[in-house]
Design a protein. Structure first.
Length: 108
């Protein structure tokens, strides 16, 4: 990174990455603290946690597809033995549980 950017610019981006990492760590520490104590969360604690969860990205790691969904077509793609976790989740909610509309997207 330092070879592409000047030293000062690279340092700025590294500091931003560290800051972002710390911001992710704070709500996670709060969640662990609340789980491991008898302290009730404050309204501010709840807001921090909900904001953290709302901004968290969906995992895309491959996961096993529910056996009853394998071979079924979801949004033009035949479900295999494994799919990205978000696609497997959406397909289950739409095709198996029939909780969501067939037009639901990853963004939704």
């Amino acid at each position: 990174m330092r070879e592409i950017l000047r030293q000062k610019e690279a340092k700025k981006w590294i500091m931003e990455a560290v800051k972002a990492k710390r911001m992710q760590d704070e709500p996670n520490k709060l969640i662990r603290e609340l789980l491991n104590s008898k302290r009730a969360p404050t309204e501010e604690d709840i807001k921090k946690i909900l904001d953290h969860v709302a901004k968290a990205p969906c995992s895309t790691r491959p996961v096993p597809v529910n056996k009853s969904l394998r071979g079924q077509v979801f949004q033009g793609h035949e479900q295999g033995k494994s799919e990205s976790s978000i696609i497997a989740h959406l397909a289950k909610r739409v095709l198996l549980d029939q909780e969501w509309a067939e037009t639901v997207t990853i963004v939704d």
